[in-house]
Design a protein around this ligand. Structure first.
Ligand SMILES: [Zn+2]
Ligand SMILES: [Zn+2]
Length: 309
């Protein structure tokens, strides 16, 4: 058995999947696909730990300067893409193809194998969260934009997590993280997948790099609204430890889940899936989740974050 199969994080994941499958049998196909995908991501993360990729070549002063302007640390930084990460792309295409995406995922795998898509560029553009470039390239090649975006996001997430961990482990940045009072991630600009309420604190958990940070006040993660039309609801009153925050100003919602500890990368995806009833509760009230934050007004993406063909 590989080291992942016996690792603590994998055992935790297996136990959670078994529990969720018992409680919500309908989720079983989704859980099976997630198990295969997270195994690939954990192997990739493990390999990155072994290879110890270069830290983000950016000084803390530069990051702090960005944070003052509302610019996340990774924005417009050039990263080296480890070759081991490129190998996860065909594996993810295969998992998604078998898990229901079928030919749409196989075609992306074929385009990678034929080098019509450059794996390194795809990972670089995904890491840069340049959704527009990914979608344009995918459409140009007759591939599913949503699926190319998803595969690139999954495959680049172990690197984003690795670099985020290294960055926020710096003493000066760890200290100044509390000055980041915005709803999008201080490292990668993604919105939180959910908020984990741990011991009275409210940790926003990045959906991409798994960073944790807090807002200084209770308000809408997306637009900052704290008025009367920002409300907290528990769709299932018998389970008040799981809530949704609904914002009447921007029409968006955030899930809040009480937890004993912060969920480690990449297991946040499990909690996200296990709380799909909260998403449904919000969506039946016609609330949604916004697209990626548009930072072009603060700092446009440079050409290094361009296309993937
Ligand atoms: Zn992030
Ligand atoms: Zn809002």
């Amino acid at each position: 058995m590989s080291p992942i199969g016996t690792s603590e994080v994998w055992q935790v994941a297996l136990a959670r999947w078994a529990e969720i499958a018992r409680n919500i049998p309908d989720l079983e196909p989704a859980l099976a696909l997630q198990q295969r995908v997270l195994r690939i991501l954990l192997e990739a993360a493990h390999q990155l730990d072994r290879d110890a990729p270069e830290a983000l070549p950016v000084s803390s002063d530069v990051v702090l300067g960005k944070w003052v302007r509302g610019v996340p640390a990774f924005r417009n930084e050039t990263v080296a893409i480890p070759s081991s990460l490129k190998e996860t792309l065909p594996a993810l295409c295969g998992a998604l193809a078998d898990g229901g995406a079928g030919d749409a995922a196989r075609h992306i795998g074929d385009a990678l194998a034929r080098r019509e898509i450059d794996a390194g560029s795809m990972l670089r553009v995904s890491f840069a969260r340049n959704e527009k470039a990914i979608r344009t390239s995918a459409l140009h090649m007759g591939l599913s934009p949503d699926l190319v975006w998803l595969i690139g996001e999954l495959a680049s997430s172990p690197l984003a997590h690795n670099l985020q961990r290294g960055l926020l482990a710096r003493d000066d940045l760890a200290r100044e993280l509390k000055t980041w009072d915005r709803g999008y991630c201080p490292c990668c600009a993604s919105w939180p997948a959910l908020i984990e309420a741990v011991n009275g604190s409210r940790a926003l958990r990045c959906s991409f790099c798994a960073a944790s940070w807090e807002l200084t006040s209770a308000r809408c993660v997306y637009c900052g609204n704290a008025g009367d039309d920002f409300v907290v609801a528990a769709p299932d009153v018998s389970r008040g430890t799981r809530r949704i925050e609904l914002c009447g100003a921007c029409g968006s919602y955030t899930k809040v889940i009480e937890s004993a500890v912060l969920t480690p990368f990449p297991l946040l995806a499990i909690e996200d899936l296990a709380s799909v009833d909260l998403d449904q509760g919000a969506m039946t009230r016609e609330y949604g989740r916004p697209k990626l934050v548009d930072l072009d007004g603060i700092e446009p993406l440079s050409s290094v974050s361009g296309g993937c063909a």
